[in-house]
Design a protein around this ligand. Structure first.
Ligand SMILES: Cc1cc2nc3c(=O)[nH]c(=O)nc-3n(C[C@H](O)[C@H](O)[C@H](O)COP(=O)(O)OP(=O)(O)OC[C@H]3O[C@@H](n4cnc5c(N)ncnc54)[C@H](O)[C@@H]3O)c2cc1C
Length: 447
């Protein structure tokens, strides 16, 4: 019996090896640029499966990758030649509607969590797409429609269960292993395998005012200048994402997606000026269920497409930046590419830069270049386009980058992602993972 066959006998979940017909599907992640071939994929069904896999990998000196929802742009959920711990079978979601809490397994996706919590009129800050993993998203910070009113996903994390490199199954919270709890909230998957996450919930919806409003590209300059003032003065309940890209009719345009976490009437008032500005070519902002809002973006980002992302944080949206971004869209080699602005502030900024491992509290916007294309022959042109725009924006950007938007961009950029919290993260990494067993991530080196 092979070593892997022995491992499979102790797992409640399935072990998939390269000769298994499920292998190609199981090794696939959201970004079609990633094509890695692990020695095996363990679909862990429980924390005890995770412990067995880590023990097996340690004994065999195998590298490991951890897969939550498989959405990571860098493809860190899958490795070449090692063991993937795929948590997708760990789908348990338990809502405590009385105390406004939810406990979710390490393989739960945002659409699944939202569906369970909205059954009670509750929610916590989740991703823009329903198919993003709760675990990887939260461990990096977690930016979403509710962040200005409810904080980042990591700000709502109350506790987690984590299996460490040496196989300990720990509870982490403010009361227990509080150093690890601090590190998990922005330090990514560096410290162990998170098998459950417990969140604070808030009354949300179930019906909110939300949807998109678009302006022609010719009006993007004036609109983005207005948008800067508008978002700067917006109440915490309101978030308006902006997106320069190509509309469904094939025409480049400026899209804005608004969500108001409050009453419909208050939302209409808060959005009045934005909707009245200029001559929008489309406006489908209307009362919708929060669950519908959380799926609005899904069709734009199908799995398997080729993607390359580059990101910055911005302290402000200068005229110069507005202009060069609009010009860049005109040069984009693919109509599937876009440039997004995610306004932060509100509750995000009221947490101290050292209170959690996620430090970028004062950024006004997250700026994201999303190159997407389908023809592999176009890869070089699309990557070059994204890099060129990123370089042009660099002198106008704030220091740092959101760890969850990083590709494989080298050690210096990783340092910038952890920013002023890096030294403390290194110290905690040294205590819990001194041999850097968990390194298939935006890596914090213990030395
Ligand atoms: C289309 C798209 C939309 C997105 N939208 C948003 C958004 O709105 N807001 C936002 O903030 N981010 C967004 N992201 C980025 C997203 O937060 C990251 O890609 C995140 O890593 C996804 O989590 P995952 O569990 O799906 O990732 P995976 O690819 O499964 O994992 C990524 C990494 O996270 C770590 N990890 C995952 N699960 C665990 C676990 N259980 N225990 C320990 N470590 C773990 C591992 O290091 C792993 O390598 C988006 C990404 C995509 C592709």
């Amino acid at each position: 019996m092979s070593d892997f066959a022995k491992l499979s006998t102790v797992l409640a979940g399935r072990l998939i090896e390269p000769d298994d017909s499920a292998y190609d599907q199981a090794r696939r992640v959201w970004n079609g640029m990633i094509d890695r071939r692990p020695a095996a994929i363990a679909q862990c069904a429980s924390a005890s499966d995770v412990v067995s896999c880590l023990e097996f990998a340690r004994a065999g000196r195998l590298s490991v990758a951890i897969r939550g929802g498989g959405h990571n742009i860098a493809g860190n959920a899958v490795c070449d030649g090692g063991l993937v711990l795929d948590l997708s079978p760990m789908k348990e979601v338990v809502v405590d509607a009385v105390h406004h809490r939810v406990r979710a397994g390490g393989g739960v996706l945002w659409g699944e969590l939202d569906a369970a919590t909205q059954g009670h009129g509750l929610a916590t800050t989740g991703g823009l797409m329903s198919t993003t993993g709760v675990a990887g998203f939260t461990l990096g910070g977690g930016l979403g429609h509710l962040m200005r009113s409810c904080g980042l996903a990591c700000d709502n994390l109350l506790a987690a269960r984590l299996v460490t490199a040496d196989g300990r199954d720990l509870t982490v919270s403010d009361a227990e292993n509080s150093d690890l709890f601090w590190a998990l909230r922005g330090g990514g998957g560096n410290f162990g395998v998170v098998t459950t996450l417990e969140f604070q919930l808030h009354p949300v919806g179930p019906i909110l005012l939300g949807g998109g409003i678009s302006q022609p590209l010719s009006a993007a300059r004036q609109t983005l200048r207005f948008y800067r003032e508008f978002t700067g003065g917006a109440p915490d309940a309101l978030i308006v994402y902006a997106n320069l890209g190509t509309g469904p009719d094939g025409t480049p345009r400026l899209g804005m997606r608004a969500v108001f976490n409050g009453s419909i009437e208050a939302g209409k008032e808060a959005l009045r000026e934005l909707r009245a500005f200029g001559s929008p070519i489309a406006d489908d902002i209307r009362p919708r269920s929060y669950l519908e809002i959380q799926r609005l973006v899904d069709p734009n980002f199908p799995p398997g497409r080729l993607n390359y992302w580059k990101a910055h944080f911005l302290d402000d949206l200068s005229d110069e930046l507005v202009d060069l971004t609009i010009e860049a869209l005109k040069r984009a080699p693919s109509r599937l590419s876009a440039i997004a602005l995610e306004p932060m502030g509100g509750s995000v900024a009221r947490v101290g830069a050292n209170a959690t491992a996620f430090s970028h509290r004062s950024a006004a916007y997250s700026f994201l270049i999303l190159a997407g294309w389908e023809d592999a022959h176009q890869t070089e042109a699309n990557v070059a386009w994204a890099r060129d725009l990123w370089e042009r924006v660099r002198p106008l950007a704030a220091p740092g980058v959101y760890v969850n938007y990083l590709g494989g961009e080298g050690e210096q950029r990783v340092r910038e992602a952890y920013g002023p919290n890096l030294d403390r993260l290194v110290e905690i990494k040294r205590r819990y993972d001194p041999e850097n067993f968990f390194r298939m991530n935006q890596n914090i080196r213990p030395a």
